[in-house]
Write a protein that binds this ligand. Structure first.
Ligand SMILES: C[S@@+](CC[C@H](N)C(=O)[O-])C[C@H]1O[C@@H](n2cnc3c(N)ncnc32)[C@H](O)[C@@H]1O
Length: 390
């Protein structure tokens, strides 16, 4: 007997229109035997099949769609999903050996992230359903990608809502302390065990390249919230003089090593951006290009105002030291911060400083983090490239 989750009247349309998440208040009933994380079918209000997916007992997302077809969910299903995800990333061959292979529901695999760093895979399991399906997906993933090692980085807070404890550890083979990867002929060191996210900000790849194409040799380049300074390394390779500000000493050390690996110099400052910016102004420093890439400090819509305040303050302080004609890239990796929120926040800061800004481009995450039109949340990275007029 199939286990099932039945929707309330009027709630099936969005599922048919490719939105994969069903919220708890949209569920009318579940079959008596359903347990947390179970693979179940989703039924419309008349009891007609809608989808296969997984049920969550605790999360506000009660059901996640795996497929709209009535098909077996087994190793072959996952192997086929992985093959098509890989095929869609073929254009990155030669550009990089580090990419996001699976971007959860945007690759029709809700709850699963897979990042490839050369011969190492890093997986992140965000839902109880995907956790329970591990026996079906891990083997085909290894078979397709033939990695030397698979490491799990499910050490994020979000798992608690699913009733899962944060976890990290080796799943297969062996994984070195640092993995060397390349991107556009530059080399980077990825700490897959301790680094933020799964070790590297793959989503900024295209923005790093864009910035590199615009920055000029000898320009003064400032990289705020630098992580291991990947934006700086692109800019320094072009001949810019780079300063990078990051608050964690171990990331700064990795950044310095990474710069050395590429034969470039980056002046890393270990400190808090909010304190370092006024110091740079006092030192009389001026910059031609400033990157502002803060962390996701707002996880929910409610916390959005604190992110807006932080961006407002950093943009204001950055404009004090941005030369006329200089460019600034302001990023937000929080889905709830939409384009108009971000533009308004930057506009308010520029108005406070009486600095006129021109919007040169609006950019987003790299293509290995697919954006599905039917899943608005799949676009989470928004960046504004702006130029100071005078
Ligand atoms: C989104 S990541 C930056 C990613 C980076 N631009 C890249 O492409 O690799 C944000 C970084 O900001 C750092 N950070 C957070 N708050 C900070 C603060 N107040 N001052 C300095 N660094 C901070 C975090 O440690 C993290 O490395």
């Amino acid at each position: 007997m199939r286990k099932w989750v039945k929707l309330k009247p009027g709630k099936s349309k969005k599922v048919r229109k490719f939105y994969p998440l069903v919220y708890r208040d949209e569920v009318a009933d579940v079959s008596p035997s359903v347990e947390d994380g179970d693979l179940t079918v989703l039924l419309d209000e008349k009891g007609k099949f809608l989808a296969w997916g997984t049920y969550s007992e605790k999360s506000h997302v009660a059901f996640r769609v795996l497929t709209l077809n009535d098909e077996p969910i087994d190793s072959d299903f996952f192997a086929s999903r992985f093959r098509s995800a890989l095929a869609q990333r073929r254009h990155l061959q030669g550009v990089t050996n580090a990419l996001r292979l699976v971007h959860a529901e945007a690759d029709f695999l809700p709850g699963l992230i897979v990042d490839c760093y050369a011969e190492i895979l890093v997986v992140q399991v965000r839902t109880k359903g995907m956790e329970r399906l591990k026996n079906f997906w891990l083997e085909p993933l290894i078979e397709l990608m033939q990695p030397k090692g698979v490491y799990e980085r499910s050490d994020m807070e979000g798992r608690k809502e699913e009733g899962l404890t944060p976890f990290k550890g080796l799943l297969y083979g062996s994984v070195p302390e640092r993995v060397e990867i390349f991107e556009h002929r530059l080399s980077f060191l990825v700490d897959v065990k301790e680094g933020l996210k799964t070790g590297f900000y793959l989503d900024q790849r295209d923005n790093r390249k864009l910035v590199q194409s615009l920055v000029q040799p000898s320009e003064q380049f400032l990289d705020l919230f630098a992580y291991t300074g990947s934006f700086s390394i692109y800019a320094a390779a072009k001949g810019a003089e780079c300063t990078a500000v990051e608050q964690h000493q171990h990331l700064v050390e990795l950044g310095i090593e990474q710069a050395g690996l590429n034969g470039v110099k980056v002046d890393f400052r270990c400190g808090n951006v909010f304190e370092e910016l006024p110091k740079l102004a006092t030192e009389g420093k001026q910059f031609d290009f400033i990157i502002i890439d803060p962390p996701a400090i707002a996880k929910s819509e409610k916390q959005l105002s604190s992110l807006k305040k932080a961006i407002h303050r950093v943009v204001k302080d950055s404009l004090r030291i941005l030369r006329p004609g200089g460019r600034i890239l302001v990023c937000s990796c929080v889905y709830h911060m939409d384009w108009s929120d971000l533009i308004e926040t930057v506009r308010f800061a520029a108005s406070d400083m009486e600095v006129p800004l021109r919007l040169l481009a609006q950019t987003t995450q790299a293509s290995d983090h697919p954006i599905r039109l039917h899943i608005p949340e799949s676009q989470y990275l928004r960046c504004l490239l702006l130029q100071r007029d005078f």
